[in-house]
Design a protein around this ligand. Structure first.
Ligand code: TNX
Length: 785
């Protein structure tokens, strides 16, 4: 066997025989024209294997192809039948004769390979997958799957008689042992069929942990026999907020919503995942995010009030009380959880705990005194330690969100670091295992491009390229022992704004594919340029499977600068093989529109609409739209009157007068100057004396967010910055009438300085705090004409 393999390599290296190209030939630009490259293309597998050698020739799977498998490999053989059977219509009989011809041979070889490693060889004689474990074989099958055309993913027989595979030798193993995806089923309940499909997606990406967020304020989703009210009551909410939870004038849909997984369904899902080498880590989030528990069993809370399963989103004060009664309840709950899930880890949450209800509770004070706990963080730590002790007794380990570090949890706990990477660094240094999960790169509930046509998301912008750039081992830990404590990384799908399976697919595909490469492929082999060439084939595979894949990575990037000559707009795209078309007349660009070649110079501003088109398929993607408004304050000096300690996450002095309006792009904090419960006061200094007649304060976030306007607006002008004369003003009612901006007209006035005061006295009812709270004023632009 070995000898045959060496011979094959020799054949490959000497390069004889005719060349065979499996990936469609790639177009190569030569002086602007496109010619087809003759080079055989390496197979386009994601995540990129450690080593891929393209050999000469091919093997065709046909109706006579068999699977060779010993007893241990039988489940993998059956998986192959179920995976490749429907599209090919072939039966793939399983035989034990290792020398069978025309075979996909699964060979378990005890010693040679690392735990999850495999070797996949396709020669003209057949396919061989070798590994030392079933899991290694399984990942080998996933690579084999991507050697087929995307039609292998279809669920009904395709009318063709042979399925060619390029001859290759692939040797592969993962960079990290923990490769995870999370799914929140509390905010949106997903049916069992979707959970299985999600697990299939993990398996396809060689991701081996599914973090299943089963409980939260908006619904409890796992049947617990001893406490039936958790699902009878806790799994249902009366209605759900429509639009963004912090929008002005929140609307509710009036529809009772919920659902849960029975223990029988969970056992079925666990078995399904096991066949796919995916470990499910269940999360029961305590002690915060407890509204649904407390609605069902208020006796485990610290306060007596009418609890409800929440109908909007955020962080609520509802918290479990750290009493013996609660711990014994949790002991029962976790016993049932542990019996359902064979995972070595149980996730206990621990995030976003509010302590008000502990502060007003006599039991808590007594417990703190008795246990010598100096503050509420220590009480939180005590809570988690009790839960940990109970779960450890059941033979399992806990994982918690990084907040649990603050309560001095024992080093035996593993940390999911979501508020950045610092939690993981800190945890690793203190001897905890840790999983990288920073929102900045790995939260797939964020927007994925700036196109106004993206569907509503929570906030944030995490383009796939950002996810791809993530480095699991941060610089601070490189070449330290602590680095070994970073087990890997995980992507997340929180589902406040993901109300259907189709939307969930859109949010994770293909960012999950980038994550897969981040955790599987050695960092030294990763390159966006290379990944972006392999990605379209995988996206096509998803589409063939009928999945709703986001093409957001094709959305045009725009960089805008402004000078005396006007706006300069540089457009670009992260993907290869695209043209960019644009219009300046407000019409939607198509392939007959202007082709973008060089930066646009726009002295007076314009509405720029741009779309990329694939040179290979002709597909046109979502548009990027920008309204650039030339006005007299663009580039002026802005001085904001705000608290000296005020920390800005942006440069409001720049964004307020950049001439780029926020309304044509998805909501991104960087575009805005924000005033939480504060009024806005600014002085604009023009480079020279101007004459103005119109002022406009923009707070229009397009279709994505509905902000509160100021409650009063007043303007003063000055020629010297010392003597001010009142110019114009508006009341709350007058501003409200204009809805999303506040315009003031006045007689032509000369000025060098303009003072703006926008009052922010509005309040909204916060269901999180159960009281009226000040609103945040968001200002996009100060427009002067
Ligand atoms: C924070 S991440 C949360 C979740 C939200 C998420 C939205 C974490 C441990 N807690 O409750 O769904 O932000 O991005």
């Amino acid at each position: 066997m070995k000898l045959a393999y060496v011979l094959l390599l020799v054949v490959f290296v000497s390069g004889c025989g005719k060349s065979e190209s499996f990936a469609p030939p790639v177009n190569v630009a030569v002086n602007g024209d496109f010619v087809q490259s003759e080079e055989p293309q390496p197979p386009r597998i994601i995540p990129l294997p450690a080593s891929v050698k393209r050999l000469e020739g091919q093997f065709s799977v046909n109706a006579q192809t068999v699977i060779v498998a010993t007893e241990d490999a039988l489940p993998i053989a059956q998986y192959i039948q179920s995976q490749f059977g429907p599209a090919t219509g072939y039966r793939f009989p399983i035989v034990s004769n290792q020398t069978a011809d025309n075979a996909i041979a699964l060979i378990l070889d005890d010693k040679t390979y690392a735990k999850e490693a495999y070797q996949l060889t396709v020669t003209e004689q057949g396919v061989q997958i070798k590994a030392s474990t079933a899991v290694g074989l399984f990942w080998g099958v996933q690579s084999l799957r991507q050697l087929f055309g995307s039609d292998i993913e279809l669920n009904a027989p395709v009318n063709k008689h042979a399925w060619p595979l390029p001859a290759v030798d692939i040797q592969d193993q993962p960079a990290f042992s923990y490769r995870g995806m999370h799914l929140d089923v509390s905010r949106t309940f997903f049916p069992v069929s979707f959970i299985k499909q999600y697990i299939d997606l993990l398996a396809m990406h060689k991701l081996n942990y599914f973090h299943w967020h089963l409980t939260d304020d908006q619904g409890w989703r796992i049947e617990i026999k001893k406490y039936p009210r958790l699902t009878e009551v806790g799994a249902w909410r009366d209605e759900t907020v429509v639009g963004h939870t912090y929008d002005r004038d929140g609307l509710y849909d009036g529809q009772k919503l919920g659902g849960f997984y029975s223990q029988a369904e969970i056992r079925d899902i666990v078995a399904y995942a096991q066949q796919r080498q995916v470990t499910i880590i269940p999360e029961v989030d305590v002690p915060g995010h407890a509204s649904a528990i407390l609605k069902a069993y208020p006796e485990y809370g610290c306060v007596s009030k009418e609890f409800s399963v929440q109908k909007n989103f955020g962080v609520f004060p509802e918290v479990l009380c750290p009493t013996e009664k609660t711990f014994s309840f949790l002991d029962d709950v976790f016993s049932e959880v542990v019996a359902l899930f064979p995972s070595p880890y149980i996730h206990v949450g621990g995030d976003e705990v509010k302590t008000e209800q502990w502060q007003s509770c006599a039991d808590c004070s007594a417990i703190m005194a008795e246990k010598g706990l100096k503050d509420y963080l220590a009480l939180q730590g005590y809570f988690i330690s009790r839960v940990e002790a109970s779960i450890n007794k059941m033979g399992r380990k806990i994982i918690g969100w990084d907040e649990i570090l603050e309560g001095n949890v024992a080093p035996s706990a593993t940390i999911t670091s979501w508020r950045g990477i610092e939690g993981a660094i800190h945890a690793a240094k203190e001897g905890h295992d840790a999983i990288m999960a920073p929102g900045s790169h790995l939260y797939f509930d964020h927007y994925q491009s700036r196109s106004i046509d993206e569907p509503l998301a929570i906030h944030g912008l995490t383009p796939i390229r950002e996810t791809y750039s993530f480095e699991v081992i941060p610089e601070q830990l490189q070449n330290t022992d602590a680095a070994k404590r970073i087990l890997g990384a995980q992507g997340h799908l929180w589902t406040e704004y993901v109300r259907s399976p189709a939307k969930a697919e859109y949010m994770v595909l293909p960012r999950m594919s980038a994550l897969a490469e981040v955790v599987w492929t050695d960092v030294s082999k990763r390159s966006w340029e290379d990944f972006s060439k392999r990605l379209p084939a995988l996206m096509e595979r998803f589409s063939t499977k009928g999945l709703n894949v986001a093409k957001s990575t094709y959305v045009v990037n725009a960089q805008v600068s402004h000078s005396a000559a006007g706006f300069r707009v540089h457009l670009s795209n992260d993907m290869p093989e695209v043209n960019i078309f644009y219009t300046l007349d407000g019409s939607l660009p198509n392939a007959q529109s202007q082709l973008y070649i060089e930066p646009l110079l726009l002295p007076k501003g314009a509405i720029v609409r741009a779309r990329a088109q694939s040179k290979l398929t002709g597909e046109m993607y979502l548009e990027r739209r920008l309204t650039l408004q030339s006005h007299k304050a663009v580039g002026a000096k802005v001085t904001l009157k705000v608290d000296a300690d005020r920390a800005w996450n942006t440069q409001p002095e720049v964004s307020l007068v950049d001439g780029v309006l926020a309304r044509d792009q998805i909501f991104q904090l960087d575009d805005w100057a924000t005033f939480p419960g504060e009024s806005f006061e600014a002085i604009v200094e023009f480079p020279e004396t101007i004459q103005a007649t119109l002022f406009n304060l923009g707070f229009n976030a397009g279709r994505f967010r509905h902000f509160y306007g100021p409650t009063a607006l007043a303007l003063w002008s000055s020629e010297d910055g010392e003597n001010w004369s009142a110019l114009a003003s508006a009341t709350a009612a007058e501003i409200d009438e204009q809805s999303v901006s506040a315009s003031l007209k006045f007689e032509p006035t000369r000025m060098r300085y303009l003072k703006v005061k926008a009052e922010n006295q509005a309040q909204r009812f916060s269901t999180e705090d159960s009281k009226m709270v000040p609103v945040t004023l968001y200002i996009d632009e100060i427009i002067v004409q």
